[in-house]
Ligand binder design. Structure first.
Ligand code: ASP
Ligand code: ASP
Length: 357
């Protein structure tokens, strides 16, 4: 593995398999009563969030804490950043304090890369502008592999605001790398002109694509990143590209419905569709913790080979855990309900402002 995870281009297909296999062994930790292993004891992980985020930050925080790392959360409100401190000075300060890993979310594409020049620790990109969100793509691959047993040869579609979506970029690169077929679907104004070079197909007609899919991945309409009018109205967008009950019926049996969150219920996805059994949106969130544990562990030089569970034998409290209760759901991972439950007509008010996942 590379020292940093800035982009899906930093990992090979073998690396991805290793990350997913290692995540498998960490997922079990999340089902224990005491959800902790000592794998990163004494190491320091800093969450450096320059953009609003609740779920991604909590997911990284839980991942680091479950590995027994010391976690520092640094967000821009109330910090020296609001007094004008630059990213470089913040980075040098964190470096001076001995951060082993820095998880960064920033509204400028490329800032995680910039950070690698100033710090000695590993840098993990938790979303940079409209560029990439590689940990999201990896947790999505994990969820797909878990449900469908494989990635190679799967037919997938990523639907919606691809142009502004760092999730769509990272996920397309990752799926193509693993041998899946990807079709990007959306209005022509929201499909980047460079998309054909990603190794994907493009379609402007969701209904012609649905019947051949194994995975239908819906993107949030990201109004806060759109600087002009890309479609006439939210209502029209929902009618042309939203995943309604009728459209779900066009999917083959067993196809998965996914969404990175936060959802605009009633816009890109109907409220009741998001709660169907084939919608694995909450599983994506739960798996995100195990995948981020795996990444922190592997990037910080965890010695365990793929699949080797880091069994905490020397910890008395941990020994007591083995055989602990299974099936509990990890704390703090439940998906926040966004938008209206009522499923009324979509309107501006329902749109999520500010990416917080
Ligand atoms: N959308 C969230 C993220 O970016 C999902 C999660 O917290 O796992 O990570
Ligand atoms: N949570 C994801 C992101 O930060 C997706 C989204 O915001 O729509 O990119």
């Amino acid at each position: 593995m590379n020292k940093h995870l800035l982009s899906i281009h930093d990992v090979t297909a073998e690396d991805i398999v290793r990350v997913l296999d290692t995540a498998d062994s960490f997922r079990e930790v999340g089902t224990r009563v005491i959800k902790k292993v000592p794998a990163l004891r004494g190491r320091t992980v800093v969450n450096l969030f320059y953009e609003n985020s609740t779920r991604t930050r909590i997911s990284f925080e839980l991942a680091a804490k479950r590995l027994s790392a010391d976690v520092i959360n640094f967000s821009t409100g109330g910090s020296s950043v609001s007094k004008g401190e630059s990213l470089k000075d913040t980075a040098l300060t964190l470096q001076a304090m001995g951060a082993d890993a820095i998880v960064i979310r920033h509204s400028s594409s490329g800032s995680p890369y910039q950070l690698t020049k100033w710090v000695k620790g590993s840098v993990l990109n938790a979303g940079d502008g409209t560029h990439e969100h590689p940990t999201q793509a990896l947790l999505d691959l994990y969820t797909i592999r878990e449900r469908l047993g494989r990635l190679e040869g799967l037919r997938t579609a990523i639907v919606g605001d691809v142009l502004h979506s760092r999730v769509a970029r990272s996920l397309s690169f990752a799926l193509v790398k693993m041998g899946a077929e990807v079709t990007l679907v959306g209005p022509p104004t929201l499909i980047p002109p460079t998309a054909p070079r990603w190794g994907v197909e493009v379609s402007y007609d969701i209904e012609s694509v649905l019947p051949k899919l194994d995975v239908c991945y819906m993107l949030r309409v990201q109004r806060e990143r759109q600087r002009q009018q890309y479609f006439p109205s939210v209502r029209e967008y929902a009618r042309l590209f939203g995943l309604s009950r009728e459209r779900v019926a066009m999917l083959p049996e067993g196809a998965l419905i996914m969404h990175p969150g936060p959802m605009n219920r009633g816009v890109e996805i109907d409220s009741d569709v998001a709660d169907l059994p084939q919608a694995v949106i909450e599983e994506q969130v739960t798996n995100g913790i195990a995948v981020r544990m795996s990444l922190l562990y592997l990037l910080l030089g965890g010695s365990g080979a793929a699949g080797a569970p880091p069994i905490p034998v020397e910890e008395p409290e941990q020994v007591a855990l083995i055989g602990g209760v299974r099936g509990g759901s990890p704390a703090g991972t439940s998906r926040g309900a966004h938008g209206s439950e009522a499923g009324g007509p979509p309107d501006q008010e329902k749109l999520e402002v500010g990416a917080d996942a």
